[in-house]
Design a protein around this ligand. Structure first.
Ligand SMILES: Cc1cc2nc3c(=O)[nH]c(=O)nc-3n(C[C@H](O)[C@H](O)[C@H](O)COP(=O)(O)OP(=O)(O)OC[C@H]3O[C@@H](n4cnc5c(N)ncnc54)[C@H](O)[C@@H]3O)c2cc1C
Length: 347
């Protein structure tokens, strides 16, 4: 099932839970890896909202697991952030939150250090109902953006305010204060609509080469790397995304689920997206250089949802203090490594 269908079904009841920001993304892989989106600060990761799952294990057992049910509490622990390592999930049950219409705002700024610094300060001070992502990208050739900004590097703050409409003006003022606004699109809209902002840019069939990072802060060094490499963003489909993961994500203990980075304030998903396979080598080289430049300003691991295939060697860092427990779960539920088309914990 893709996120758009899920959002659509729950929005009919004024309810939602954390999902990703592109409606065509599959909810199973997204949730099992952790799952970041506009509601992360308010509602936690997608996996924090998982109440139970039906799973087919490598030995052919069909189990329903949740936080309480014996004999498989370890399986449920491992599913929440541990990816598809321990079984094939056939059904997911989620906790839903009241999310009536939201204020969706897309604000385009020049790619500028003060804007990026201001964004980090905004997140530190804003209520958790503000899910605001930073995207370093190229200005899309849309009529409402000045033509001289088309194809030029910009910083876009994509915001979803799910708090009281009485505070819309306050939210808009905070966003406006980040720097010179090149363009702004906004409106009150059903929550599922904010998860379609990127849909037209990221249709199925693109090539992607993504890498994940966690960061405790957006330091001057990280900002310099974003300015430097963001300025050379190679395609209109490419966006370097900074997701805030404080708020409710920090309310969960680091060992409560397999997702280990509860002290990170930002998760970064970066890398090129492109159409022509002939361009692969150049685009991948750009993604690698950007990633390398951010590494000294990041924590050890990254979010597995944004891990490239070649990052398998970093899996221990991605799970940090939870790695040993995840490895034990892998050995218990999939000792022969049947489920290996993922960020594998090798049993
Ligand atoms: C356009 C786009 C936008 C994205 N945006 C976000 C975002 O905003 N936030 C975010 O957190 N991530 C995002 N992602 C990353 C996304 O979470 C991962 O790519 C995720 O794996 C997608 O889930 P899927 O169900 O489509 O997985 P697939 O691509 O179908 O599978 C990938 C892996 O996920 C696991 N998996 C999938 N389904 C199951 C299942 N039923 N049972 C067990 N394991 C399973 C398997 O290990 C599988 O190999 C995005 C990806 C894309 C392509």
């Amino acid at each position: 099932m893709h996120l758009g269908a899920f959002d659509h079904a729950t929005a009919a009841f004024g309810l939602a839970t954390t999902g990703g920001i592109v409606s065509s993304t599959g909810i199973a892989g997204l949730t099992l890896g952790g799952g970041l989106g506009f509601l992360t600060r308010r509602c936690g990761l997608a996996c924090d909202n998982l109440l139970s799952a039906d799973v087919v294990t490598a030995d052919g057992r069909y189990l329903t697991c949740d936080a309480e049910r014996e004999p498989e509490p370890e399986l449920f622990w491992a599913l929440r952030g541990g990816g598809g390592n321990c079984g094939g999930v056939t059904s997911l049950e989620y906790r839903l939150h009241p999310v009536p219409d939201v204020l969706g705002v897309l604000t385009v700024f020049p790619l500028d250090g003060d804007v990026l610094r201001g964004y980090a300060d905004l997140i530190a001070a804003a209520p958790v109902e503000l899910g605001a992502l930073l995207a370093v990208a190229l200005g899309p050739p849309v009529p409402f953006l000045p033509e001289r900004r088309h194809d030029r590097p910009v910083a876009v703050v994509l915001s979803c305010w799910s708090g009281s409409p009485d505070r819309d003006d306050d939210v808009l003022a905070r966003l406006q204060a980040l720097g010179p606004v090149l363009d702004r699109q906004l409106g009150r809209m059903p929550y599922p609509v904010v998860n379609t902002f990127f849909d037209a840019t990221l249709p199925a069939g693109l090539h992607h080469y993504w890498k994940g990072l966690f960061a405790a802060d957006l330091t001057d060094g990280a900002i310099a790397a974003h300015l430097d490499h963001g300025a050379a963003t190679p395609t209109l489909q490419t966006a370097t995304l900074v997701f805030p993961i404080d708020g409710a994500c920090h309310d969960v203990a680091a060992d409560a689920t397999a997702f280990a980075y509860r002290d990170a304030r930002f998760a970064i998903g970066l890398g090129p997206s492109w159409t022509d396979p002939a361009d692969s080598a150049a685009h991948i080289a750009w993604g690698r250089a950007y990633h390398e430049a951010l590494l000294p300003h990041s924590m050890d691991g990254g979010h597995v949802n944004f891990a490239a295939a070649e990052d398998a060697g970093r899996v221990q860092a991605d799970y940090r203090g939870n790695y040993a427990r995840l490895l034990a779960a892998k050995r218990r539920y999939d000792p022969e490594n049947l489920f290996r088309l993922n960020h594998i914990v090798v049993p």
